[in-house]
Design a protein around this ligand. Structure first.
Ligand SMILES: Nc1nc2c(ncn2[C@@H]2O[C@H](COP(=O)(O)OP(=O)(O)OP(=O)(O)O)[C@@H](O)[C@H]2O)c(=O)[nH]1
Ligand SMILES: [Zn+2]
Length: 203
């Protein structure tokens, strides 16, 4: 899957200053972003996160999911370690896009769970493809990750594209009454490893 590196710049945040790398996927026009901190090209496993875009959670403070809380926790964890990479992947709605995610939310408002809603709309439960990560990681010199995720499919997908996964670090944040069914469905139908849903496992 071709991806073109465009430019890098500094990105100061409340947790520290990251370097922001922009990548363009010419086939789709999607613009992906990677935030790095420290030397990630030294061959040692890099604390990393593959974060799938969620406009509602990441930017609009939604409590329907856990995405915004995970995004903040991952950036904090990378800043605390002083080294790491967060790939912000434009895979809104597990790959179905924002408008279809809103359609899915409408079905969920009427009782469907997150998987049933996707299926009712004619989509797979999860349409994400992580092959897009390979050229970005190659560009950055990252060969192995300590991956912040509860999703074992991300671990397998990285291994499939030749990226080592030295460790999987749980990232459980943001449980609330509005996302309890969503989290239960992730654990029950999508294979996410969600142990104690109340426990924050990354300091
Ligand atoms: N189709 C659909 N997508 C959703 C829904 N809720 C969140 N998403 C999208 O799901 C993606 C995040 O995936 P999750 O299943 O929450 O988590 P994950 O990325 O698989 O796993 P973690 O690495 O543990 O966060 C984002 O792209 C969200 O926009 C929903 O109800 N329907
Ligand atoms: Zn979300």
């Amino acid at each position: 899957m071709p991806v073109t590196f465009v430019a890098s710049s500094q990105l100061p945040t409340q947790w520290g200053t990251f370097t922001m790398h922009g990548f363009l996927e010419p086939g789709t026009g999607k613009e992906h972003v990677v935030l790095t901190m420290g030397d990630v090209a030294d061959g040692q496993p890099v604390l990393g996160r593959l974060h799938s875009e969620c406009l509602t959670g990441d930017a609009l403070f939604s409590l329907r999911c856990d995405c915004g809380f995970q995004l903040e926790a991952a950036l904090k964890a990378i800043a605390a370690e002083g080294r790491g990479a967060l790939l912000y992947l434009r895979q809104e709605g597990r790959g179905i896009g924002l408008m279809n995610k809103i359609r899915a939310y409408h079905l969920q408002d009427n009782g469907a769970d997150t998987v049933e809603a996707n299926v009712q709309l004619g989509f797979g439960a999860d349409q994400r493809d992580y092959a897009i990560c390979k050229p970005m990681l190659d560009h950055l010199g990252i060969t192995s990750l300590k991956l912040l995720t509860n999703n074992p499919r991300k671990v397998n997908a990285l291994k499939d594209i030749g990226i080592g996964v030295a460790d999987r670090l749980p990232l459980q944040f943001g449980q609330n009454p509005h996302n309890s069914k969503y989290l239960a469905t992730k654990a029950g139908k999508l294979g996410h490893l969600l142990g104690n849903l109340h426990q924050a496992e990354v300091e």
